[in-house]
Design a protein around this ligand. Structure first.
Ligand SMILES: C[S@@+](CC[C@H](N)C(=O)[O-])C[C@H]1O[C@@H](n2cnc3c(N)ncnc32)[C@H](O)[C@@H]1O
Length: 221
């Protein structure tokens, strides 16, 4: 997998990435490809496809996240991180943000710990636990929660609520079914702050980022 190919897609997102960012993203994809061949971390094979579908998909959310996360060092939880998406690419590009990767399957968290060491990523922690358990052990500790391909929107919101600080944000990465899933959400409990169409360079697929905030704080529930 070449950096030229990555740069081609990345340039079009409008993120000002350093050469060290690109080298780290490149290294992450190489590690993912290597582990995937052994452990079947993701269903998608082929480096070029991985670049488009995984990494670029994960970092296209950044311009919107930057608008909403204005504190210097926000704490963000990635629910059901799997092989580290979107948390690892976000942590690479945003070194002042702190990412907590929550993933129940141990062979996946072993990979995430390996990546943490290999890329010397000081701003991530990996929890080998179910999200429901972390909600009990770390209530109201996160400024934001994000997920990609984790569960349906309603369930994701239910799982996110106890983790959020008052005024916390939920970033839901969604594709075509976003409208259907939004209909299932009780909008008396949640405020939809943004619904952004994301453009994935070189890829003609629909992607959306929904940004929601609880209408009532978790302590009043
Ligand atoms: C389809 S994968 C998506 C992985 C990654 N976010 C991505 O976009 O490639 C969903 C992941 O969520 C994890 N998962 C599902 N339910 C979970 C729970 N309750 N707590 C923690 N992890 C969970 C699964 O083990 C799986 O790795």
């Amino acid at each position: 997998m070449s950096s030229e190919l990555m740069a081609l897609g990345i340039e079009n997102i409008g993120l000002d990435l350093s050469s060290s960012n690109i080298a780290d993203l490149d290294l992450f994809l190489q590690e993912m490809g290597r582990w995937n061949r052994v452990h079947n971390l993701t269903a998608i094979e082929g480096a070029e496809e991985s670049v488009r579908l995984h990494l670029i998909d994960s970092i296209t959310v950044l311009p919107v996240m930057r608008q909403f996360l204005t504190a210097a060092n926000p704490k963000i939880a990635d629910l059901g991180s799997g092989g580290g998406l979107p948390a690892i690419p976000i942590a690479i590009v945003q070194p002042t943000w702190h990412l907590t990767l929550i993933e129940a399957v141990r062979k996946k968290t072993a990979f995430l710990q390996h990546v943490r060491g290999r890329l010397a990523l000081k701003n991530i922690e990996v929890l080998s636990e179910r999200v429901e358990a972390v909600a009990q052990s770390r209530p109201r500790q996160f400024d934001a929660v994000i997920s990609r391909a984790f569960t349906n929107l309603n369930h994701f919101l239910d799982l996110s609520l106890p983790l959020l600080k008052p005024g916390g944000l939920v970033f839901a990465m969604k594709a075509k079914r976003a409208d259907e899933e939004l209909l299932e959400v009780s909008m008396s409990n949640w405020t939809l702050l943004a619904d952004e169409a994301l453009h994935i360079p070189l890829l003609a697929v629909e992607r959306r980022l929904l940004v929601l905030s609880p209408a009532i704080t978790p302590s009043t529930l």
